[in-house]
Design a protein around this ligand. Structure first.
Ligand code: ADP
Ligand code: MG
Length: 453
């Protein structure tokens, strides 16, 4: 390489950084390398024609002006597409770029190498979601596009996104992959718009539109953000039309994504939609065993089962509490007994045998949660506002105590036991079909188990 060319080019890059900013320079300028400066022509090597076109359109004039100033002569730019320049192209994060990639992966993919399929425990609650995620990893852009995964907090949505990403990276090292939270997408978009710089905006657009696979997490964050929705709509269409894979995670199903345009919602339904439910006891035990194994820490079975029984709704909490226990045992050198564990977890755990669950307690908490009084639950009023909470309370009385349906009927204003049975069936069905309702009832159950009244 020509030493003068390198020196001059360094100055040009410094100059450009001031005028177009670091991001654009990293994205468009850093991958170019000066080859020679002769007869007032600076020849640059470019990874592909895509770069020279972009420079010609956006920065050529600017660069030539800077060059001419530096050399005190009219200097022109020329480009040479160079195939193997990977050793000199570095990404922002200093990882080498793949030589045969159509565009260097300047953008870091943000995939967490620890969240793999290997580390994902499959159970009834997530079997289908896991299967579809694996199918996408095997056949990106083909079968399920987009893949839309929804489910409550801490149930493994993000883990599955990264697992697909890791698998794709392994199989297709040249794939341009990006994991982004919707929140980051929105703030990045707004920042670029606010900057008013057309370079920044086009760099942003290019970054997203040239991907082979986009993972966007917590899409509910797009609710009410109209201009970001518009931008995402366009990105979605470009990727989908180009046969590129899109994977979306959401804390709710599509029809509960209020304030997101219908045209986007309908696109979210184009591919495949899967949900992740709360894990059953068996899966919770398997997850805890796996985590303990990964930490290389022996945890006795009774402890694993105890934690799994106490924490039902959230795998993150499950993990967090296991970590609390193992750290405590390690650092204090306490013998690993169930009693020690109960002491450490006393704030989250309520020993089942100590809880007194009565119909009155159930009625009080259900009433409070619905802004009603116990009297309302016992009264004859039949509108949904009263009937549903009453049925919930009957169901909980039946499932959380050993009290007979006849006695339960008596405690609800002298109703017949068949009314109680009907209520129980109805609530059971609703729990199975409506995850939001299930979450509400779970919350009530938790309160009943913990509230000291
Ligand atoms: P979400 O995105 O649904 O809120 P995450 O994917 O962040 O949940 O999961 C929370 C934590 O639980 C993470 O540490 C993740 O690795 C772990 N986790 C979730 N599901 C599983 C699973 N099936 N097997 C192993 N770990 C899991
Ligand atoms: Mg998540």
């Amino acid at each position: 390489m020509d030493k003068t060319a390198i020196d001059i080019w360094e100055k040009v890059v410094d100059n450009l950084t001031l005028s177009i900013g670091n991001d654009s320079v990293n994205l468009w300028i850093k991958p170019l390398k000066p080859l020679s400066l002769a007869e007032n022509v600076l020849t640059l090597s470019v990874p592909n024609i895509f770069f020279s076109q972009w420079i010609e359109k956006n920065q050529q004039y600017n660069i030539e002006q800077i060059l001419s100033g530096l050399c005190s002569a009219q200097v022109k730019l020329e480009y040479k597409v160079q195939k193997d320049i990977s050793p000199i192209i570095k990404t922002v994060e200093n990882t080498p770029v793949h030589t045969d990639s159509p565009m260097p992966s300047i953008v870091k993919d943000q995939i967490n190498p620890k969240l793999t399929f290997d580390r994902f425990v499959v159970g009834n609650s997530n079997r289908f979601a896991h299967g579809c995620a694996e199918a996408v990893a095997k056949n990106p852009g083909k079968q399920f596009n987009p893949l839309f995964i929804y489910g409550g907090v801490g149930l493994g949505k993000t883990h599955l996104l990264h697992a697909i990403g890791n698998s794709l990276k392994q199989q297709f090292p040249n794939f341009r992959i990006l994991y982004v939270t919707c929140e980051k997408f929105v703030s990045e978009f707004i920042e670029n718009i606010k900057s008013g710089s057309s370079d920044k905006i086009s760099a942003f657009k290019n970054k997203y539109r040239n991907l082979d696979c986009l993972f966007i997490d917590d899409i509910q964050f797009l609710m009410g953000k109209d201009s970001s929705q518009e931008e995402f709509f366009n990105i979605f269409n470009t990727l989908k039309d180009g046969g590129k894979q899109i994977v979306i995670a959401s804390d709710r199903p599509q029809n509960k994504l209020d304030q997101i345009e219908e045209r986007l919602i309908s696109r979210f339904k184009w591919g495949n939609t899967v949900d992740i439910q709360q894990p059953d006891l068996e899966t919770r035990i398997a997850i805890l065993r796996k985590k303990a194994e990964e930490e290389d820490f022996f945890v006795p079975d009774d402890v694993i089962i105890f934690i799994a029984k106490q924490i039902k709704s959230n795998i993150r909490e499950l993990e967090g509490n296991l970590l609390r226990i193992t750290s405590f045992i390690k650092f204090t050198n306490t013998p690993f007994t169930l009693d020690a564990v109960k002491t450490v977890l006393k704030d989250v755990v309520v020993p089942e045998e100590d809880i007194q669950i009565t119909i009155e307690k159930i009625q009080q908490i259900v009433a409070e949660q619905h802004n009603l009084t116990i009297k309302d639950l016992k009264a004859k009023k039949r509108t949904a506002q009263f009937a549903l909470p009453r049925q919930i309370a009957m169901y909980l009385a039946r499932t959380m105590t050993d009290i007979s349906t006849t006695e339960i009927g008596d405690s609800f204003g002298g109703r017949d036991h068949t009314t109680v049975m009907h209520a129980c069936n109805k609530i059971k069905e609703k729990l199975e079909s409506d995850p939001y309702f299930a979450a509400l009832v779970n919350k009530i159950v938790k309160l009943i188990k913990t509230d000291d009244i």
